[in-house]
Ligand binder design. Structure first.
Ligand SMILES: [Zn+2]
Length: 486
């Protein structure tokens, strides 16, 4: 009896264990399955746009045949791109402003560029009202139009930037400092996106002009004297946020060991304090400043400013470089401190640093898209300003602003002086040809109003000459347009 009971108990226990094992296995499988489901849902949600953007994705291909591609619209309500056609399969893309927004709005055939690339997912999808869908299906109207992308671009500022650059090669970018909204983005030489099909072979084979290159985001230039902003930031960090004790006597050149640095166009600046050296952009004084800096600390500051790294921006951007390393020799340290030699930056990067100075040290991510709306005007998505990091302290930004005001009040940027707004900035004349000292790119980067900054403007004009003479008057036209001065 006992034995039987024991056997029964054992059998029961065995059965129970088996049941538990079964339950356990079942539960484990369910759990694994659930985790997989959650993972797949999360993965496809997080990667929806990337999955969608894969050009082999048949779903996006089907949508492109179903709806007219959505419009691209400026912040002030102008249509920058739209599609037209009796049916979606044979639609034509139209860019009413032709070359003016070429790189910023981009194109959507032969690959994609600019807003056409950034907003592709939205420009193919349609969230229009049910009434429109019914009318379209009843054949009362043409094909439905996919969602519109409302950009941050301002047609007035873009027009002034485009016209001001004239026939020069170069780049202009204007950004709202508190939001990172890109208000204008011009790169020249350019192209007409309406003719991209016909012009494609010619455009990609012309390497001298690189018309398709967005020089704002992907151009790499020697920053010239605009780099003195960065040398100054490092000086402040190594000297307890003070430049009060600095003095230099400029006789037009500065020699250390085998390296001689000369002031621009043979200028002799005489007796200078730090603010004077910055305002007059004295190369000799800044070579002297650079020699006194700690390369390891300088390198760290450059890393803080995103040198050698991808910029926080959804557009493809080039990576800025510098010769400053822990073991940099005195020749390269002096050259780098005045923005010559191996230093190279994109105009967008310089604009981002300028925005951070104007914004108390806080860097906002530069953005081109404000929101997405259905063709009938209802909200689909909104892109809020995004903080991308802190590049410097509030004190550092305040001290740099003081020095940049000095450039406009009494230095190389006096062509920006006016009674309506106070601008702060830095000019640069970056030599790019070792054989002819007359060949230089004209730079300006700055913001206004200095006491409560709203916009930052960065300009480079290739081969134009001095920044003070050529880039500053163009910057003034942008600021004048923004602040309503005529
Ligand atoms: Zn000098």
């Amino acid at each position: 009896m006992n034995t039987t009971k024991e056997q029964e108990t054992k059998a029961y226990s065995h059965k129970r264990n088996s049941t538990y094992a079964l339950y356990f296995t079942g539960a484990a499988i369910s759990l694994v399955f659930a985790v997989l489901c959650v993972y797949m849902v999360t993965f496809s949600r997080n990667n929806k746009i990337e999955m969608f953007d894969n050009s082999y994705n048949s779903y996006s291909y089907r949508l492109a045949k179903e709806y007219l591609r959505g419009s691209i619209i400026s912040a002030d309500g102008e249509v920058l791109a739209y599609s037209t056609g009796d049916d979606a399969a044979s639609q034509t893309r139209v860019y009413p402003y032709q070359n003016m927004f070429a790189h910023a709005v981009g194109y959507s055939t032969h690959g994609r560029m600019g807003v056409e690339s950034l907003a592709n997912y939205y420009l193919l999808n349609c969230h229009t009202g049910i009434g429109d869908i019914a009318r379209s299906e009843a054949g009362d109207e043409g094909p439905l139009t996919a969602d519109s992308c409302i950009t941050t671009l301002d047609t007035g500022l873009q027009q002034v930037a485009y016209d001001s650059l004239g026939v020069y090669k170069g780049a202009v970018v204007i950004t709202e400092v508190r939001t990172g909204h890109i208000l204008a983005m011009v790169s020249k030489p350019d192209f007409d996106p309406n003719n991209i099909e016909a012009m494609w072979d010619e455009l990609i084979s012309d390497r001298n002009n690189s018309n398709l290159l967005n020089r704002v985001t992907q151009g790499l230039y020697p920053p010239g004297s605009t780099f003195k902003i960065i040398t100054t930031l490092e000086y402040l960090r190594e000297n307890n946020n003070s430049y009060a004790g600095y003095h230099f006597n400029c006789n037009g050149k500065f020699t250390y060991e085998d390296t001689t640095i000369k002031c621009y166009h043979g200028s002799v600046h005489g007796s200078l304090d730090f603010a004077g050296s910055f305002a007059k952009s004295c190369n000799s004084s800044f070579a002297n400043v650079g020699l006194g800096l700690d390369p390891a600390s300088f390198k760290k500051t450059l890393e803080d400013l995103r040198f050698g790294q991808r910029l926080p921006c959804d557009l493809p951007t080039s990576v800025s470089s510098t010769a400053i390393e822990e073991d940099v020799d005195s020749h390269n340290l002096m050259q780098a401190s005045i923005g010559q030699g191996q230093d190279a930056m994109s105009p967008l990067h310089l604009n981002m640093i300028t925005c951070a100075i104007a914004n108390g040290g806080v860097l906002m991510k530069p953005i081109l898209i404000d929101r997405i709306e259905s063709a009938s005007g209802s909200s689909v998505a909104k892109f809020n300003p995004e903080k991308a990091g802190v590049l410097m302290t509030g004190d550092e930004s305040r001290l740099l602003t003081e020095l940049m005001i000095g450039v406009v009040q009494s230095g190389t940027g006096t062509r920006l002086k006016n009674d309506v707004y106070t601008a702060a900035g830095k000019t640069g004349s970056a030599e790019f040809n070792n054989y002819s000292k007359d060949d230089s790119h004209a730079w300006f980067t700055g913001f206004a109003p200095a006491e409560d900054p709203e916009i930052a403007v960065t300009i480079i004009i290739e081969g134009a000459g001095s920044g003070g003479e050529y880039a500053v008057p163009i910057a003034k036209r942008m600021f004048d347009k923004y602040f309503g001065v005529y």
